[in-house]
Ligand binder design. Structure first.
Ligand code: ZN
Length: 194
């Protein structure tokens, strides 16, 4: 049972650069949008995280990092998918310090405190990508003491190595996250619509 009064949806990094055609596009990444919108309609608090980098961020190849430049502050690619932008009650940014890589939404200043201040004890997580920022966000949420449900049809993996996404889901399960379909989650949400 998911009590909507104590739950929040976290849409991880549904940004143009992570969508097909983007600088670091996840194959099929746009399939997460529809399920996230279905979930968003049932939750009272919808958080969107975004990767939000300076142009010389340490994760970029030119600085010795693993990734091509992506989600650079002020560029179109850093923007959220417009439908996710529209349902986000709060947008939190991470990776804005050039010297620090931050995959987890809980690296964004104040996210855990904000959730606690709103009496949220359970987070439902979807977005991009399963094997990087979704994984890191889910593991951090468990460390922070939140109940975690992963919406498995609202995430998509990079799968640089085949199976990375499935291994990430196993890691999340191992720390107590539940992995469920959106339909299953929606059938289990209780409490008044506000
Ligand atoms: Zn990044």
């Amino acid at each position: 049972m998911i009590d909507r009064s104590g739950a929040a949806l976290i849409a991880v990094d549904v940004q143009r650069d992570f969508l097909p055609g983007g600088a670091l596009g996840v194959t099929g990444g746009d399939v997460v949008v529809g399920p996230l919108l279905e979930l968003a309609a049932r939750f009272r608090l919808r958080i969107a995280t975004r990767d939000f980098h300076p142009p010389d961020h340490c994760s970029f190849v030119a600085q010795g990092g693993p990734w091509p430049p992506h989600c650079v502050i002020g560029t179109r690619g850093a923007g959220l998918h417009s439908a996710i932008d529209a349902i986000a009650d709060i947008i939190v940014s991470k990776g804005s310090n050039r010297d620090v890589e931050q995959y987890s939404g809980f690296d964004a200043p104040g996210l855990a405190a904000l959730l606690r201040a709103r009496d949220v004890g359970h987070v439902v997580i979807g977005g991009l990508a399963t094997d990087y920022c979704v994984r890191a966000t889910a593991l951090a949420a468990r460390r922070e003491g939140f109940a975690v449900t992963i919406a498995v049809d609202a995430v998509r993996a990079v799968d640089l190595t085949t199976g990375d996404g499935d291994r990430a889901l196993d890691e999340m399960r191992a720390v107590g996250a539940e992995v469920r379909t959106c339909a299953d989650i929606l059938s289990d949400v209780c409490g008044e619509e506000s």
